[in-house]
Design a protein around this ligand. Structure first.
Ligand code: 5GP
Ligand code: MN
Length: 348
C-alpha cells in the first residue's frame, strides 16, 4: 500500500511542549494504566483501547482499568475482554493502579468520574496525563491535554499520536477503536462534526482497513428487543413543557424492570426530543433504584445543560450534552427538575 498521507494540519493542534512531555513520560514509564469514565461509552472505550494497543505496539507494559464493564453494544471492540473492570476484578484493578508509574485519564475531567476507583486514582503516586474534551478539567495531572473544541477524545488521541510520531503504530484494530469514538460522540457525524479535518482522520482510518459501515451497524444500529420496546414506550410517555421549551422523559425502577432493561438500552434516547423544533433542551431521568436517579440532558445552540447539571446535580459535561446524579426517588428528582427549570428560562 502506498505510504499513508500525513495530515500536516494536525501538527499544531497540541502544543509541542505537551507532546514532548507525553513522550518523555511514556519513555520513562514501566507500568502504564489507562482509565476512562464510569459507564464507558464509545469514545471513552475507543480512545482507551486504541491508546493501549499503540502503547503495546511501542513495547510498553500497559493495562486498561475501568470502574465498570463495557456495554453490550461495545463488546465487539478488540481487546475488550482484557479490560480490568473494578466491578468484576476489584483487587486487580486497585493493584494495577497502585503499582502504575503512569496513568492516562481518557475522556473525563473530574476524578469523581471514575466512581469506585476515585480514591485509588487520587492516592496514586503515578504521573498522570489527561486527554479529554470536556469543559473545565479538574484533575491534578502532570500533563493536561484538554481540547473542548475537538468533538471526541478519540479524534484528539489520533492527533496526539500523529504529533508524537506514533501514528505509524495504528493498525486496523486501533483505527476501528478511534473511529468508534469519533462516530459515537458526534451521533454518526450529525453534530459537532463540521470540522473538515475530521474527515482527513476518517480517510486515514479507512486506509488502515476499517469497515466504517459495519462499525455503524454494530454500535449504533443493533438493538435488543428490550431496547426497541423501551425506546418506544419512553417516547410515548415523554412530557413537553412548552413554556420552558423543554422535554422530559422519566423512567421508574418498576418501568425499567417491566421492560427487562439492560445497561445501554436507553442510549441515545435523550437526543430524540430535540428533533422537535420547539424543544430547546431535553431531560432524561432514569431511576436505577429508589435512592439514585441518573440524569442526562441535551440542548441546542448556546443553551448550556452542562451548567444546569453542574449547579444542581453534581455533574457536568459539554454545553449541549451533560449529565449528573440525584440521590433520591424519581418523584423527588422530577420535583427538583420542575423547581429549577424556570431559573434557566432567561438563557433560552
Ligand atoms: P450521557 O448523558 O450520555 O450519560 O452523558 C453526556 C455527557 O455528560 C458526557 O460527556 C458525560 O461525560 C457527561 N456526564 C454524564 N454524566 C455525568 C456526571 O454524572 N458527572 C459529570 N461530571 N459528567 C457527566
Ligand atoms: Mn467523549
Amino acid at each position: 500500500m502506498a505510504e499513508l498521507q500525513k495530515p500536516h494540519r494536525f501538527h499544531t493542534v497540541i502544543s509541542h511542549a505537551l507532546v514532548d512531555r507525553v513522550k518523555q513520560c511514556v519513555l520513562a514509564s514501566r507500568e502504564i494504566v489507562i482509565t476512562c469514565h464510569v459507564s464507558p461509552d464509545g469514545d471513552a472505550l475507543g480512545s482507551s483501547i486504541a491508546l493501549w494497543l499503540v502503547l503495546k505496539a511501542l513495547g510498553k507494559s500497559a493495562n486498561v482499568v475501568t470502574a465498570d464493564c463495557a456495554p453490550r453494544s461495545l463488546q465487539f471492540l478488540p481487546g475488550v475482554r482484557e479490560i480490568i473492570a473494578a466491578t468484576r476484578q476489584g483487587d486487580r484493578a486497585h493493584e494495577l493502579l497502585a503499582k502504575a508509574d503512569l496513568i492516562f485519564c481518557m475522556d473525563f475531567n473530574d476524578p469523581e468520574r471514575v466512581d469506585r476507583l476515585t480514591p485509588a486514582l487520587m492516592n496514586s503516586k503515578a504521573a498522570k496525563i489527561v486527554i479529554d474534551h470536556h469543559l473545565d478539567p479538574r484533575l491534578d495531572a502532570e500533563v493536561v491535554i484538554s481540547h473542548p473544541e475537538v468533538s471526541s477524545t478519540s479524534a484528539l488521541l489520533y492527533i496526539l499520536l500523529w504529533q508524537a510520531g506514533w501514528a505509524r503504530k495504528l493498525n486496523r484494530a486501533s483505527a476501528a477503536c478511534i473511529y468508534t469514538g469519533m462516530m459515537t460522540d458526534t451521533g454518526n457525524f450529525s453534530y459537532n462534526s463540521n470540522d473538515p479535518d475530521l474527515y482527513l482522520i476518517i480517510h486515514d482510518l479507512m486506509r488502515r482497513g476499517i469497515d466504517k459501515d459495519n462499525l455503524y451497524k454494530l454500535v449504533m444500529n443493533t438493538s435488543s428487543e428490550s431496547r426497541v420496546r423501551i425506546m418506544g414506550y419512553a417516547q410515548y410517555r415523554m412530557q413537553i413543557l412548552p413554556q420552558h421549551h423543554a422535554a422530559l422523559i422519566a423512567l421508574s425502577e418498576e418501568e425499567l424492570k417491566e421492560f427487562d432493561y439492560n445497561k445501554g438500552d436507553t442510549e441515545g434516547l435523550v437526543n430524540i426530543p430535540l428533533s422537535i423544533p420547539e424543544v430547546a433542551y431535553s431531560i432524561f431521568l432514569r431511576e436505577d433504584n429508589k435512592n439514585y436517579v441518573k440524569i442526562s440532558m441535551r440542548s441546542k445552540g448556546d443553551f448550556s445543560v452542562s451548567r444546569i447539571c453542574e449547579e444542581n446535580f453534581g455533574g457536568g459535561g459539554h454545553t449541549n450534552a451533560a449529565g449528573g446524579e440525584f440521590n433520591g426517588s424519581l418523584s423527588l428528582a422530577i420535583e427538583k427538575i420542575l423547581e429549577i427549570i424556570p431559573n434557566y428560562d432567561k438563557y433560552l
